[in-house]
Structures are given as structure tokens and as C-alpha cells.
Design a protein around this ligand. Structure first.
Ligand code: SF4
Length: 214
């Protein structure tokens, strides 16, 4: 699997998940028949069929109330739909719309090719209007991450980066920071570096650290 081109490696990994009964990813339940649905919709017979491309993209884009979902891994995936892919390739495509890069990141992790970038390193490389985020203090960084990345209303990804090299995140539960306690039957959603939305959220906080004008 390691030597296969990435796209095929991800597909092989997905097939292995189906074969071994690893069928939960985020809020989605995968079927061995290549179906995908919200895990809370199991047993419903009134689900609306969605296509693997346009349909999956729409499901990922808006929540139940029609609000745009800037973070596709936020725990607010709408319900009431089913995608019946006709092949493993189609299932992979639908999954990529619902949870972008999830299989690729996990495959890289398994192949020991995933190299997380610390929050401080991500902020240090910001330029232009986001350069100011470099003023974020370690305490502010911890609080921001705790608010933005929590699985309770924030994001379902598991964070594999530190606040700074050798300085782990301490403001979130251990289960959010390691794949070791990944429940059986679950495909992980991995975060390898701070996303743009959290960088943007850091800006107004960091601005408050500028010296006050006399
Ligand atoms: S930084 Fe990662 S875990 Fe936090 S909200 Fe962004 S994608 Fe999710």
C-alpha cells in the first residue's frame, strides 16, 4: 500500500475499512454497499438520495438551517440524505466532498509520512494582514484552540500538532490530541496544522497585544 500512488492507496485503505467494519467517520456511516449517510439516520426510510458529486458537495456545504459550513469537519452535518455510490471510486469521491483529505491524511499517518506543524510555526510563516497573529501569547493560543477546535460544537478533527515544538496543547482533552484512543470502528479525521479559520480568529486577539498608543 505504501508504494502505490496516493490516490490508489487511499482507495485501498477505504476498501480495508469496509472489509474490517471500520465504518464510522465523523458523523457519517459508510455502508459495505458503498452507501453513505448521517450516522444518526440509521433505520430511516425517508432519506433523500443525493449524488456522489453535486449532492455530496451540497450536503457538506450547508447545515440543517441552511447556514454555510466553513469547517467541513464541524459537528453539524445535516441529516436526511443518503448517497448510494456505485463503486469504491465513487464512494471515495463522495467522502472527499464530505470530509476533504481525511483518507489521505490517515494514510500518511499510517505510512509515517505525516509531519504536523506546530501552531507557532504556522503563525510564524503568516504574511500580510495575518502576520500580526505572531503576537499571540501561548495562553491566548491555548484558549483559542480550546474554543475553536473542541469537538463540542467546533471541529471533529484530532489535533496532532503542538502549540510550539515540545509544548503540547493542554486546553483540550487527551482524546482530542492522539489517535491512540480512537474508538474501534472509526476512521480518524486528522488535523496536521492550524487551519485558516483559526488563524483568522487569532488576528483580533493578537491585535489587542499591540502596545497602546500614548
Ligand atoms: S485547526 Fe484543525 S482542529 Fe482546529 S478547527 Fe481548524 S481544522 Fe479543526
Amino acid at each position: 500500500m505504501e508504494d502505490a500512488p496516493v490516490v490508489f492507496a487511499n482507495r485501498v485503505l477505504l476498501q480495508e475499512c469496509l472489509d474490517s467494519g471500520r465504518l464510522l467517520i465523523g458523523e457519517v456511516l459508510l455502508g459495505k454497499d458503498y452507501s453513505l449517510r448521517h450516522a444518526a439516520d440509521v433505520g430511516r426510510d425517508d432519506l433523500i438520495s443525493q449524488s456522489v458529486s453535486t449532492g455530496a458537495r451540497e450536503v457538506a456545504r450547508y447545515d440543517e438551517e441552511g447556514n454555510f459550513r466553513p469547517i467541513k469537519t464541524a459537528p453539524n452535518l445535516r441529516r436526511g440524505w443518503v448517497i448510494r455510490a456505485s463503486s469504491l471510486e465513487e464512494m471515495e469521491m463522495a467522502l472527499e466532498h464530505l470530509y476533504p483529505s481525511a483518507l489521505g491524511l490517515w494514510h500518511a499517518f499510517l505510512a509515517k509520512r505525516l509531519h504536523p506543524t506546530s501552531l507557532r510555526e504556522t503563525l510564524d510563516r503568516q504574511t500580510g494582514m495575518y502576520r500580526i497573529t505572531q503576537l499571540l501569547t501561548p495562553q491566548q493560543a491555548g484558549e483559542l484552540v480550546s474554543r475553536s477546535c473542541t469537538s463540542e460544537g467546533g471541529c471533529l478533527r484530532t489535533i496532532l500538532w503542538d502549540l510550539a515544538p515540545g509544548e503540547p496543547v493542554t486546553t483540550l482533552p487527551e482524546s482530542k490530541l492522539s489517535l491512540e484512543s480512537l474508538p474501534e470502528g472509526r476512521i480518524p479525521l486528522i488535523c496536521r496544522e492550524l487551519c485558516n479559520l483559526v488563524v483568522a480568529a487569532a488576528r483580533p486577539i493578537a491585535k489587542g497585544n499591540l502596545p497602546k498608543k500614548a
